[in-house]
Design a protein around this ligand. Sequence first.
Ligand code: NAI
Ligand code: MG
Length: 499
Amino acid sequence: MSDVSVKIKTPQTGEIELNTGLFINNEFVKSVDGKTFEVINPSTEEVICSVAEASEKDVDLAVSAARKAFNGPWRKETPENRGKLLVKLAELFEKNAELLAAVEALDNGKAFSMAKNVDVPGCAGCLRYYGGWADKIEGKVVDTAPDTFNYIRKEPIGVCGQIIPWNFPLLMFSWKIGPAIATGNTIVLKTAEQTPLSALVACQLIKEAGFPPGVINVISGFGKVAGAAMSAHMDIDKIAFTGSTVVGRQIMKAAAGSNLKKVTLELGGKSPNIVFADADLDEAINWVNFGIYFNHGQCCCAGSRIYVEESIYDKFIERFRERASQNTVGDPFAKDTFQGPQVSQLQFDRIMGYIEEGKKDGATIETGGKRKGDKGYFIEPTIFSNVTEDMKIQQEEIFGPVCTISKFKNKADVIKIANNTSYGLAAALHTQNLTTAIEVANALRAGTVWVNTYNTLHWQLPFGGYKESGIGRELGEAALDNYLQTKTVSIRLGDILFA
Ligand code: NAI
Ligand code: MG
């Protein structure tokens, strides 16, 4: 064991050795000033271990490593090899699925089975998909005059700063590095202070896959220090952020006040989930339940505002109440757990605060509303009815296992209330009528609309927000644009020779 590694224990793997340093130039190093911070297990509220904490000076070191790699060996690498490295990393994720999922479940609190069967395969799929794109980044020739030759080249932007949240630590890591690497950029990525551990395992795999030093640098640290230093950095060319809308605005301001780095943002949501009277009721209840309670409600696209057509409202709510109260909440490592603890004390307090607010405003608790147990940040799946559109619980992102349910009269009525939000990340509707499905999907102001399903994201499909839910799209071909510059080259030719 070095001074930048510790032994930790997960119920799934037993004791494992974990590197805790900052990952710069393919080495795990201490922070310049030797600072560390504690990482908490949200199921037990106990300290798992401490990891290195990046300051501004460490951000500088990571950025210069990324710059050196960008100007040096990485620019000379072929697209084919960039693709191979991503595919190799995807394979290593699959090979180490058990370990990655166990560390993720320990640190974040999500069910181990979810981490293993949803998060890790999602990472591998995404990395492999972008591996496939690496040698398909193409330019164009444009004819403007017989004596001119113009070509348009797609080039990497340069050093990319990436700041990720704690709700899907590994998945966000993969969504960020996939398109950036495929397009030939280098990276400084900051993990969320609540969940730095799984990325540290992934860094070991980056080294094993054979990425040259400095291409992917990963730092643990706090938003206000390391994150702010990245957003204001003069030698970071682009910043990609996923997290709260409040911080998204701060990042744009920092970019505007420094080198006008390119900014893409994937922010919050308050997504409507609409059930029409002609929907398959069993299916709709399943997807509405999964839409809000998957990942303990800690999803930017969580279906947190449920609207049910008047004529089936009573039947729906009775069955949904029963379904929600049956979700198994508990130890992430227990076999049948669906919902683990919220990620942190702070998130737990925020969510309980919203529940109190809802009660005070006069909404009715249909089920849940309380803490579960007395250790760990567990909250019962909660449904509020009797809500009005102006209530806080109806307008603000709660980011926990809490939803609201209301009635609607008709299509026009529900489109209006569904769109009555400053957010626009996702939406869903449930119906058997094709015309209703298409009409409503077209009318909803959201980056993703699901019909008769929910939360079924796929790396081949673009994902991102309208309105205050963000700028740009992640995943799919669309994400490549976030990481490319367009260069026009115009060449004046001599005499034109035609025979
Ligand atoms: P946050 O936006 O503060 O944190 C996300 C990331 O941004 C973390 O890596 C954090 O270190 C970094 N960060 C924080 N302040 C920064 C700054 N000034 N400059 C640069 N980077 C900074 O989110 P937080 O406080 O963890 O959660 C608060 C709320 O945000 C949640 O309740 C939820 O509503 C929303 N959220 C949305 C997410 C999404 O997926 N869209 C993910 C996480 C949170
Ligand atoms: Mg944690």
